[in-house]
Structures are given as C-alpha cells and as structure tokens.
Design a protein around this ligand. Structure first.
Ligand code: GLY
Length: 430
C-alpha cells in the first residue's frame, strides 16, 4: 500500500510514525515534509495548494491513499481534485472544510444543528469606526476577536483590554478579511478529534492544548505549545456527550446539506456551566494534540484512515488504546510566534525510544547532518515536538521533559507546565 501524506509539521510526522507501525507495512511518501521525516518516508517537494501538482505526485507514486494534514490544501479543494482523479483521500471536500475555513459558516451549521456555542457577530471589511465600537460594546469584559479566515491557529486574540481587541479588529480588517467577535466561553478547554464518514462518528481520546506561548498561560496565542491526553478531569461520559450533542448533529447537518463530511473533525470546546460548548471546528488533525493522541492508538492507523477515505468506517471494530497518558511538548524558536529565528543549530536530540521520542516540525538538514541528532537547523517557529508516554500523566510528563531537557538550540524555549495543572488536580468543570 502506497500512502502519500501532505504536510510538513510534527502532526504529519506523528501521522507517518503511526502509519509506519501499521502491520500492513505501507510504503510512505510525504510532501513537502521536513528534514526529520526521511527515515520514515520518501520526501517530495510540493506546494500544498497546487491541486494539479498534488494529483501528478499521487499518480507518479501510485498512491493508494492520500492523507491531507493541514487545512490550507483542504480549503483550497485539493481533496476534490484528488477524488476526481480517482484517489482515496483522507480529508474533507472544499465545501465540508468550510467548517474550518469560515467561522461564520460553522456558526450557521451549528445553529441549524442545535449545537451549543458562543454567540458571534461578524464585522465586514469597510465597517465604519462607529459600527466597530458599537459591536465591541456588545461584547466584553473579555473580548474574543477572530480572523474569519484561515490563520493557522494564530488569528485569535482573547483579551480583557478593549484597545487590544480594537487593534486586532483593525489589523484583520486591514488585511481585507472579515472579523468575528465572539462571547467568551468560560471553563476548561477540550480538543476532541472525531473520525467522520457521513453520519458515522468515531471519537479519538480527548486532549488539551496549551495555546499561550509561556507558562501559566501567559504571552501571545500560538499554534499550540504542548498537549496531553486523556483528560483526567473530564466528567464521566464526557466524550460520549460531546459526540451526541456536537459531532453527530453536525455530521448529520452536513449530510443533509449535500456536503457530507469525510475525514477528521476537530471540535475545540470549552466545558462550561451548561456542559460542552464549541469554540471552533477544524477540518483536520490538531497540532500538537495529534502527537499525544496517536501515541496511544493501538488500532492500525493506515487501515483506519483508509476506511474513512473509502466510506467503510461504520464497519470498523472499536478503537483500541494503550492504557496511560501521553504528553507532547513543543520546542519553539526564539521570537516565536511573532518573528521566529531560523537557522539555529540543534544538538543533543536523543535516539527515539518507544516511550519517549522526537517529532520534527520546523527543521532543515544542516550541511553536515549526522545520525546522532545533530546536523539539523531550525526552519520554522515550532521546531520539534517531543512525546512522552507513561502509566499516568506524571510519568508521561517526566519522560517528555527528560527528553526535551537534553536538546540544545540557541534562543529556543518550551513551556515547563504542559499537563501540570491536570496532574496536580487543579482543573475542574463548573
Ligand atoms: N491545536 C490547535 C490547532 O491545531 O489549530
């Protein structure tokens, strides 16, 4: 079985690792990939929004399955072009990916499906200063200001400072995009990934991301600095409730609209007074939660993604998981997220083990690349994700931090508190 994975981050590295462990031993290709993936897959150059080039690459490889990692090619319709050319694809159509591509569309679907979410109001480019101020008056005291387009997880500002909210509104409108103002949802956040094939919904383990750059949730929002799974504080039956109240109604609504969803539906939720409420949907695996979630998946990944792509998810046996916990911690380049430094040398990356290993994101091979974990340089904001597994969250955290502490890179930083609040029992639902 030839599998082509599209994408270049640690999420795609985690997908490749999972696929490489499948007993079917698929032959793996990735595009555009990164320097750390060469041991698992053949790396091909690609512009991920170029549908024609993606079809040409899948044809050249003889791909039996194409797995699309990031949102940008999904929203650009790359999956539609691949399906039209006869390929099995893991990833929703352009129309279904609008659940992530347009937050206003997602709100409309949730309203039709009766799903609990924040109230929202759109400000269109060209709105007057008076209209913007009036809209800001209707929200607060914590403002949630979103770019109603794709921003790689970085287009959201959550702030108690009205002037900061206004500044973000101006910057998004200035870039020609509409703004979405949302009411602030209180309560701990949950990321629940579901495999969706029409009306069939199969949840993976729930996880929690850490979106702020620095410890204690301080600093700017990022694409995600670390995650852990499962969630010891989630009420019993919590996953089933999210599936019943959120994911299944949305899947049914997408079928009813004639745009059935096929792929991974990522529900980002806050667990508040009234239970789960949707913060946002994404049309793909989340990064970095995937690095932790797939670490515990026992069910062979290639067969599972292939079943979604071929519309046979309902016939799959229940998923199997390892007991225990998994934690991922992101090593970020100095200056991330505003202006990450590139070209810094990495050293001391330990050899991968079953319970603790490294996944690459923004790395490139240095001229003198070596097998001992030296020879890589930074090439992006999030450089590596390390993963630790264990019988419980404390052990998983110790293993992840034991690994990341050995890695050296000038100017780099990582959060020291990924999973700490959950380990210490400091998270509860209202
Ligand atoms: N975990 C945030 C994201 O994938 O967008």
């Amino acid at each position: 079985m030839n599998i082509l994975v599209i994408g270049a981050g640690a999420r795609e590295h985690a997908l490749l690792r999972g696929l490489s462990l499948d007993p079917a031993h698929p032959s793996l290709h990735v595009a555009p990939g990164n320097a750390g993936m060469t041991r698992l897959a053949t790396v091909h150059p690609l512009s991920v929004t170029d549908a024609e080039a993606t079809v040409a690459l899948a044809t050249e490889i003889g791909a039996d399955l194409v797995v699309i990692g990031p949102e940008v090619p999904l929203v650009a319709g790359v999956s539609d072009a691949l399906r039209a050319a006869g390929f099995a694809v893991f990833g929703p159509s352009r129309a279904a990916a609008q659940l992530e591509g347009s937050k206003a569309f997602a709100k409309e679907v949730m309203a039709a499906a009766g799903v609990n979410t924040a109230t929202a109001e759109q400000i269109a480019p060209g709105a007057s200063a008076e209209d913007i101020e009036a809209a800001l008056d209707r929200f607060g005291p914590t403002w949630v200001v979103k770019d109603d387009g794709l921003a790689g997880g970085k287009g959201v500002v959550v702030t108690p400072r009205r002037e900061a909210a206004r500044a973000h509104v101006d910057s998004v409108l200035g870039a020609g995009n509409p703004v979405l103002l949302e009411s602030f949802l209180d309560g701990p956040e949950v990321s629940l990934f579901c495999l969706v094939d029409g009306e069939t919904v199969v949840p993976l383990l729930p996880a929690q991301d850490h979106k702020r750059a620095f410890d204690n949730d301080e600093g700017p929002n990022t694409g995600g600095m670390g995650a852990y799974t499962p969630l010891p504080w989630l009420p019993e039956g919590g996953v089933e409730r999210i599936v019943r109240e959120v994911c299944e109604p949305v899947a049914r609504e997408m079928v009813a609209r004639g745009t059935p969803y096929s792929g991974l539906l990522y529900a980002g939720l806050a667990w508040g007074q009234n239970g789960p409420a949707v913060v946002e949907f994404n049309a793909r695996f989340g990064d970095p939660e995937t690095q932790a979630v797939l670490a515990l998946l026992r069910t062979p990944l290639a067969g599972l993604l292939d079943a979604v792509a071929r519309g046979t998810l309902a016939q799959q046996p229940p998923l199997e998981w390892e007991e225990g916990s998994a934690v991922t911690v992101v090593l970020a380049a100095g200056g991330y997220p505003e202006s990450p430094r590139k070209g810094d040398a990495l050293a001391g990356i330990p050899a991968d083990e079953d319970q603790a290993y490294t996944l690459h994101a923004g790395t490139a091979a240095a001229a003198d690349a070596a097998e001992d974990g030296s020879g890589y340089v930074s090439a992006g904001g999030r450089v590596l994700s390390v993963v630790g597994k264990g019988g419980d969250l404390a052990q998983a955290r110790r293993r992840a931090y034991g690994l990341i502490e050995q890695i050296e890179m000038e100017g780099s930083f990582y959060r020291k508190d990924i999973g700490a609040a959950a380990e210490e029992g400091r998270i509860s639902t209202p």
